[in-house]
Design a protein around this ligand. Structure first.
Ligand code: KG4
Ligand code: ZN
Length: 346
């Protein structure tokens, strides 16, 4: 049995967790920085890095105490090494390096996206490779064919905003506060999803890529027109977003006819309208549908520790060197073709 300490600090969540190879989350703690960033309506990198630096060391101590474990009992220390806000990533990675060096424990530098991609397997032992993955968070919006640990084929990406970003920007336009996703979902529950005519960008196109910038602009125009209630705009936006996701996935699934499972991960996977539409889509395609519990969908350290457990179990596992760099960008599928019309975020 292997035990891994995981550390996550790539955005605005400081988190540490102990996870074992029996899929037990032995201990975990997570500190959100929502209150620090809320006045700015978004994550401020400098504030995030400082908050990680202040909180991480005591949090790791607390997690070890919660789990009644010592560092020496850990088989590896796994930390997010990118992609993300570089200051925060460096805080987590440097802490992991120091602990690895002091305790002579292997270091595993984890791609944050790989953490999300493998998180469904932490929640459910029966999910085998390959599977189709919709990865939708604040910074990422991709469809991937997950072929194995470290083996990912990107089928689709966004040419502009990520889906979580579209939720966050919609919340900002509608004055619903930060973080936006859960606020938009709550407000949408009070509105009529058919009330506001909104575009479904790229729906019907042959490539399965996403685009949400035009939807966000349409939300702004609808709000400024003064014709619609905030609840109706929120509900109509959420419906448009769901329609885009389902249409794009239908196209993507044509390229993955050998998969048996459709999996969703990332922060937006916590959205129940998204989840129920995906459940329906999976059943239409005779696929199993798997979604980790919402607490494993948003950023957390258990998924990073789990990615470490998965890496450790590989026959050709080698620890990462202590001089490995933090990476602001780190695609899961470096060989994927750039998308025509894509902005810098793709
Ligand atoms: O995975 P995550 O915690 O961080 C990133 O790696 O980005 O995802 C955060 C994103 C935010 O954009 C947030 O608004 C969105 O996930 N989100 C949601 C919901 N909960 C979180 N979006 C829609 N509905 C939700 N319930
Ligand atoms: Zn994330």
């Amino acid at each position: 049995m292997a035990l891994v300490l995981g550390i996550e600090s790539s955005c605005d969540e400081t988190a540490a967790a102990l996870v074992d190879s029996d899929r037990r989350i032995v201990a975990q703690r997570i500190a959100s920085q929502d209150a620090e960033h809320a006045p700015y309506g978004g994550v401020v990198p400098e504030i995030a890095a400082r908050a990680h630096a202040e909180r991480l060391a005591p949090m790791i101590e607390a997690v070890l105490a919660d789990g009644q474990m010592t560092l020496d009992e850990c088989d590896a220390i796994a930390a997010t090494a990118g992609p993300g806000l570089i200051g925060g990533v460096m805080v987590g990675l440097v802490s992991a390096k120091a602990l690895a060096m002091a305790s002579d424990t292997p270091l595993i530098a984890v791609n944050h996206l790989e953490g999300h991609a493998l998180s469904p397997r932490l929640a459910d032992a029966s999910i085998g490779f390959p599977y189709a993955l919709l990865l939708v968070s604040g910074g990422h919006c991709q469809i991937l064919r997950v072929e194995g640990v470290g083996q990912y084929r990107r089928i689709a990406t966004t040419i502009d905003d990520a889906l979580g970003e579209a939720f966050d920007k919609t919340a900002k336009i509608l004055g619903l506060g930060f973080p936006g996703g859960p606020a938009v979902e709550r407000k949408a529950g009070e509105g009529d999803p058919g009330a506001v005519p909104l575009p479904r960008p790229l729906v019907g196109s042959k490539e399965p890529h996403f685009s949400f910038a035009g939807l966000k602009s349409a939300v702004l125009r609808a709000h400024e027109s003064g014709k619609y209630s905030v609840a109706d705009i929120a509900a109509s936006f959420q419906q448009a977003a769901v329609d885009c996701v389902i249409d794009r996935l239908r196209v993507a699934l044509l390229q993955m006819q050998d998969v048996a499972t459709l999996v969703v991960a990332g922060g937006v996977a916590a959205n129940s309208a998204v989840r129920s539409a995906l459940l329906q889509l999976a059943s239409d395609h005779q696929l199993r549908f798997a979604a980790p519990p919402p607490s494993l969908c948003t950023d957390n350290a258990a998924m990073i520790a789990w990615a470490g457990v998965e890496r450790l179990a590989l026959a050709d596992f080698i620890p990462d060197p202590l001089d490995i760099s933090a990476r602001p960008r780190w695609p899961l599928d470096p060989g994927a073709e750039p998308v025509r019309g894509a902005g810098v975020k793709a």
